[in-house]
Design a binder for this molecule. Structure first.
Ligand SMILES: CC(C)(COP(=O)(O)OP(=O)(O)OC[C@H]1O[C@@H](n2cnc3c(N)ncnc32)[C@H](O)[C@@H]1OP(=O)(O)O)[C@@H](O)C(=O)NCCC(=O)NCCS
Length: 393
């Protein structure tokens, strides 16, 4: 068995048949391969790897070059995707061999963190990943926002095609990358594919500054306005976009919009009737997962007060003894130290760093052993803080 990195051009012959069989209705139409091949220019910067036997690819994995905000610091991030193996080669450890190589290489190339959308979280838990929240959707009739119709808000919303609005939309995602915990975006090569998306984009501006944007489509007259993530820099941007939705009263019956877990739609209007849902199911709607690839790479992260020594067990990338300390509100990470006050898996440590698990939950989830003395410093260093990943891959 040979494990090797391949170019974007090689993906069509080596990875397309594995991915098409794994993820598409099949047998697939002939034209699918040509479509895939055309899309490969957007994968030029991705790191793709295959396991090959007698010249035949039996399994493949890839990492998209992305960036992600973790507690206020932006890191290079490996977005794991295109994971598939041939049905007759499954359960032979091929994907394990590939993922271990891929994560090591991405860490060596400077990625401090990694994220993915799992078909089954327990599979990726074996590789040190831990779940973070999946987005929610809010569905409501535009009438519920009618109070916004006469409101004179200090800003305006423009409806554009994605091609026209791309710079504004993309610029806003880059700004939110620096401002929102968990927010992740692709590099330029991959992002370019979305320039020609057949979506409208509503762009909210205040004195020329983009303060909100949302991609959407209208499925039919009297039907749904289906919007992806409601992106805003603050309440005014959100209100401008909601006012824009309200103007679709009598055109659509419902607005269905993707939101982060910290949005509370019942507070958007007094009489707003709304269904807020978060569906997690497998294999298609998994909650995203993340992990730390390089613990020292997290030095400088804004954290709370505290000092603690932890041991990360059973992990090639971040295993060992680590002293974690707050230096004037910034994390310092030093190898070695006292006997550990907590023994963590990579997933347990990642859950603390990303703010999704409290130390007690790390213990109750079976992701670590935490002495009573470690609970306080760990929860103070890494206060609970829900990430919002935005990127979907
Ligand atoms: C999921 C898939 C990629 C696994 O590939 P594979 O080559 O069988 O994986 P491996 O043999 O390397 O297994 C790695 C580990 O995961 C375990 N595992 C395999 N399939 C699993 C499953 N469905 N659920 C939980 N664990 C699983 C293996 O037992 C092995 O554990 P170990 O190394 O700790 O002993 C393959 O089944 C596939 O292509 N499925 C369809 C496409 C898909 O869902 N891709 C993932 C998209 S996120």
């Amino acid at each position: 068995m040979e494990f090797r990195q391949i170019t974007a051009a090689e993906r069509t012959s080596a990875m397309f048949p594995l991915q098409a069989y794994a993820f598409m209705p099949s047998p697939w139409p002939d034209e699918e391969e040509a479509t895939y091949q055309r899309r490969m220019r957007f994968y030029e910067t991705a790191v793709s790897m295959i396991a090959e036997e007698d010249g035949r690819a039996l399994a493949g994995v890839a990492a998209l070059r992305m960036r992600q905000n973790v507690r206020g610091r932006v890191h290079d991030m490996a977005g794991v995707a295109s994971v598939a193996s041939h049905p007759s080669a499954r359960r032979r450890g091929l994907v394990r061999g590939l993922l271990e190589r891929l994560l090591r290489q991405m860490r060596d190339e400077g990625c401090a963190v990694s994220a993915l959308y799992p078909f089954r979280p327990s599979f990726y838990a074996r590789f040190g990943f831990v779940n973070i929240p999946r987005h929610r959707t809010a569905a409501f009739a535009p009438e519920g926002l009618s109070h916004l119709l006469p409101a004179e808000l200090p800003g305006e919303v423009e409806r554009l095609t994605m091609r026209e609005g791309f710079e504004a939309y993309d610029g806003l995602t880059r700004r939110l990358l620096t401002e929102r915990h968990g927010f992740a975006i692709y590099d330029e090569a991959r992002t370019a594919e979305f320039r020609d998306d057949r979506y409208w984009v509503a762009v909210a501006r205040v004195e020329g500054e983009v303060v909100g944007a949302v991609r959407y489509r209208v499925d039919r007259y009297g039907g749904d306005l289906v919007a992806s993530d409601l992106l805003a820099t603050g309440p005014l941007g959100r209100a401008l976009l909601l006012q824009f939705f309200a103007r679709h009263v009598d055109q659509v019956a419902r607005v269905v919009v993707t939101i982060s877990t910290d949005e509370v739609p019942e507070l958007w209007g007094t009489d707003l009737a709304v269904v807020t849902e978060g569906e997690v199911s497998h294999p298609r709607h998994g909650a995203p997962m993340v992990r730390v690839l390089d613990l020292e790479g997290l030095s400088g992260t804004p954290v709370g007060a505290g000092t603690v020594t932890v041991e990360v067990r059973d992990d090639e990338l971040i295993g060992g003894l680590w002293r974690l300390e707050s230096d004037n509100g910034r994390l310092t990470v030093t190898k070695g130290g006292n006997p550990p006050a907590a023994i963590l898996t990579a997933a347990g440590l990642s859950g603390l760093v990303y703010g999704v698990l409290d130390p007690v939950e790390v213990f109750t989830r079976g992701l670590g052993e935490i002495s009573a003395a470690a609970v306080q410093p760990l929860s103070s260093l890494f206060p609970r803080r829900m990430p919002y990943i935005f990127a979907d891959f």
